[in-house]
Design a binder for this molecule. Structure first.
Ligand code: GDG
Length: 742
């Protein structure tokens, strides 16, 4: 793993999370702080150097902003710091917190993200409170933030915060981590338009956004594309003035802590007690009371097992611990009573005076008890119907220093992507659960050991410290990538440099994109006509230089405009070329046309459903234009959908590429593009001055393909591979005139 360099140690680490890192207990003579032992708390401690790990941020105390349920008055004058953390409590009025935390967070976002849309409540007051609460966290941050501080925002309670920070403190690095599943777009789109826009915009205010799995990353990228229209290149979203990295960072646990707990005397004692009390094989599960954890279905699966495998009666006990959570809420109370009844029913049906199949406890356990049970049990049965990651399964594996035991794990837990050696089950499939229990009970010790070893080494390798380090490395690396991508706008000095190089050279080649570079972008593409002045300038260049007009337009349009000039014309993104002086157009390569038959109907359906959008069939490509659409916002959404559908539909063997251009979605063969066409032309002569100008995404190929010595100029401020930028199309004329002037 890459360690961070020294420069990155400059800033303090500021964590913003709903909860503070310690419980504040009010006592007669003041307060006491009880630090949480959770993964995040110890993980971030490793970032400032905890003895076992080198520091990666400044060694100052970690600043931690979080909600406090103690009142302002109670905490007035109290020191809220220990040797590691300094806490900054956020006070949220009770009614706001009710609508914010219980409402928006837990009554809407939680069920939606866990695929329970029927439990989701949409209430305007919720969103208002959510905005208000995020604002309160921001105000607290404003009180303490310093230049160089790295702010790490946690989870779904604070999705609007990254953008608030970005707007006011553009130079501070901001990370955001989402701990629960990010849902597929079909669910996410259920949120009212304004809310989902605010959420997506809020999150991409961060420099690095982390999720547990690649699926969540994909879903989020799709949401960004559909809601805001920003596409992505691999894990990067290019915004006009910065890039955001969206990646998966599967959260982990403190492997060493759980591994060594095996030998802890207290844990050993707990283990012995459990083994003595339960002489049978032990199946164990522990989770908070929540519908996402699949507790009822787990019971149904166990019931099926008892029904189908009577030979195991009296030889197995299922210890199911449910930790109280949100049980003041009616739905949770209802769920709890259903669990109670189901356990009662199964025990009554299968149990007897000597044997109770399910030992059910509704309570929380001490750490020693928990690990005692992990290490005493033969099977961990972890069956959430949806879980961002699920740490319990990782803890189970890490604590099995003896390499014994079988993990049965739901495919719906994020952790399933990493723990393929577990018995992976569908948590809603009773039969699948029953069969897996049987398989696990019969599994030979050698097989258990083999599977455990692989899983253990994976978690050992990528523990919670590696997770935090990884996240922070990405934040700093992004800074370097930013540095590389930072736009350089041409100043007088830069222009003079190009002018001198131009005038001192003898054999020059100049590439000009058409729309947005030589001609302004207008609503009706047919009316985007180059001005007389610009055209006159181009023809002047053409007297002494090789001039190439390079565009995505078809050859008819370009011929009409430029046939009277001694220039090369490249049409349809490099597919068709007409040399200077010739009237003949040459197709760039062997070209088969039949692929269009399958793509065109899809585009036509989209055009029919989007008034004003049109499909253009060019000789070598198909384009879906929506610049002329009646409702531009609706059309943009349809365009995003079209890109998404095409991406999923087009098979790699077809060698087609989808260009998400400026108000156009285009499909063409991958073999040619503006880059390959420009490069081929450059290779035909011995040019000592090469310049290329363009504004569109498709011009990036040209900027990348041309030799390093080329002057590449992006029109506009969008991040680009070009070496320099002009701010707008209006500046092109002035720039070209200067280059030419003596
Ligand atoms: C969210 C996401 C994601 C539980 N009961 C007791 C106890 N625990 C500890 C476990 C474990 C933690 O609580 C539970 O973590 P999970 O990951 O399983 O679940 P959530 O609380 O829902 O967490 C989840 C996580 O965030 C991190 O990103 O993995 O998907 O939903 O550490 O050990 N600990 C003790 N007694 C208990 O009774 N001592």
């Amino acid at each position: 793993m890459k360690e961070l360099n020294d420069d990155s140690k400059s800033g303090r680490l500021v964590i913003v999370a709903y909860r503070l890192p310690f419980k504040i207990v009010k006592e007669e003579k003041g307060i006491s702080l009880f630090q949480n032992s959770g993964g995040l708390v110890s993980a971030v401690l490793s970032l400032v150097g905890d003895g076992a790990h080198d520091p990666v941020v400044s060694g100052d105390k970690i600043q931690w902003i979080g909600y406090s349920d103690n009142s302002k008055e109670e905490l007035a004058g109290q020191s809220l710091e220990n040797e590691s953390f300094k806490a900054h409590p956020v006070f949220i009025p009770e009614d706001v917190n009710e609508n914010y935390y219980e409402g928006f967070c837990n009554d809407l976002i939680w069920p939606l993200c866990h695929y329970f849309p029927s439990h989701a409540r949409f209430d305007d007051a919720y969103f208002q409170a959510y905005e208000e609460a995020n604002q309160l966290f921001f105000q607290k941050l404003e009180e303490i933030i310093q230049p160089g501080d790295i702010v790490w925002v946690q989870d779904y309670q604070l999705m609007l915060l990254p953008q608030m920070i970005r707007a006011k403190y553009p130079d501070n690095k901001v990370g955001f981590f989402f701990h629960i599943p990010f849902p597929s777009y079909e669910l996410f789109r259920m949120l009212p338009v304004k809310w989902r826009k605010a959420i997506v915009e809020g999150i991409i205010g961060a420099d690095v956004v982390g999720f547990h799995t690649n699926d969540y990353v994909e879903y989020f990228l799709k949401a960004v594309r559909m809601v805001l229209g920003h596409g992505n290149k691999l894990h990067y979203i290019n915004l006009s003035n910065r890039i955001v990295k969206i990646d998966s960072f599967p959260i982990s646990i403190d492997f060493k802590k759980f591994n060594s707990a095996f030998d802890d005397p207290e844990v050993s004692k707990e283990r012995l007690v459990a083994r003595k009390m339960l002489k049978e094989k032990i199946i164990f599960s522990v989770d908070r009371l929540d519908y996402s954890k699949g507790i009822l279905h787990r019971l149904y699966g166990f019931e099926k097992f008892l029904e189908q495998f009577p030979e195991w009666h009296e030889r197995v006990a299922f210890v199911m611990v449910v930790v109280p959570s949100r049980d003041t809420i009616e739905m949770y109370q209802h769920m709890k009573s259903e669990i109670d009844q189901t356990v009662g029913r199964i025990n009554a049906h299968y149990g007897n005076i000597n044997w109770q199949p399910i030992i059910y406890q509704y309570r929380s356990m001490s750490y020693q008890e928990l690990v005692g049970m992990y290490t005493a049990s033969d099977i961990a049965l972890i069956t959430p119907v949806r879980d961002g990651m699920n740490l319990v399964c990782k803890e189970y594996v890490a604590s099995r220093k003896d390499c014994q035991g079988v993990l049965i794990l739901s495919e719906m837990a994020g952790a399933a992507a990493e723990l393929g050696e577990a018995l992976i089950i569908n948590p809603l499939d009773k039969q699948n659960i029953a069969d897996s229990i049987k398989l696990a009970l019969d599994m030979p010790v050698e097989e258990q050991e083999k599977r455990m070893k692989v899983m253990r080494s994976r978690i050992r390798e990528y523990d919670v410290f590696a997770w935090t380090n990884d996240f922070f490395t990405q934040i700093t690396m992004l800074e370097q990538e930013h540095e590389k991508l930072r736009q350089v706008f041409l100043t007088e000095k830069g222009i003079n440099k190009i002018k001198n190089a131009y005038q001192e050279s003898k054999n020059r080649i100049l590439f000009f994109d058409y729309d947005g570079t030589l001609a302004p972008i207008v609503a009706d593409p047919a009316k985007a006509i180059v001005t007389k002045e610009v055209k006159a300038l181009i023809s002047k260049f053409a007297v002494s230089d090789t001039v190439v007009i390079i565009s995505g337009r078809d050859r008819h349009f370009l011929s009409e405009l430029f046939l009277d000039l001694p220039v090369h014309i490249i049409a349809e993104h490099g597919a068709l070329i007409k040399a200077k002086g010739s009237t003949e157009w040459i197709l760039n390569e062997d070209y088969e046309e039949n692929w269009k038959e399958t793509i065109k109907p899809i585009m036509e359906v989209y055009a029919k459903r989007c008034p004003g959008a049109v499909v253009e069939e060019k000789e070598t490509s198909l384009a879906w234009h929506y610049r002329t659409a009646d409702d531009r916002e609706y059309a943009t959404r349809r365009a995003q959908e079209l890109v998404w559908q095409l991406k999923n539909y087009i098979q790699p063997e077809l060698n087609l590429q989808i260009i998400d251009g400026n108000k156009v979605v285009e499909v063409k063969k991958t073999a040619f593009n503006k880059g390959t066409a420009a490069k081929a032309l450059v290779e035909t002569g011995d040019f000592d001055f090469i310049m290329a100008m363009g504004d569109d995404k498709t011009d990036e190929d040209m900027f990348i393909e041309l030799p390093d010595t080329a002057y590449t100029i992006k029109v506009g401020d969008v991040l680009s591979a070009a070496k320099s930028h002009l701010r707008s199309q209006e500046e092109v004329f002035m720039f070209l005139s200067k280059i030419m002037s003596k």
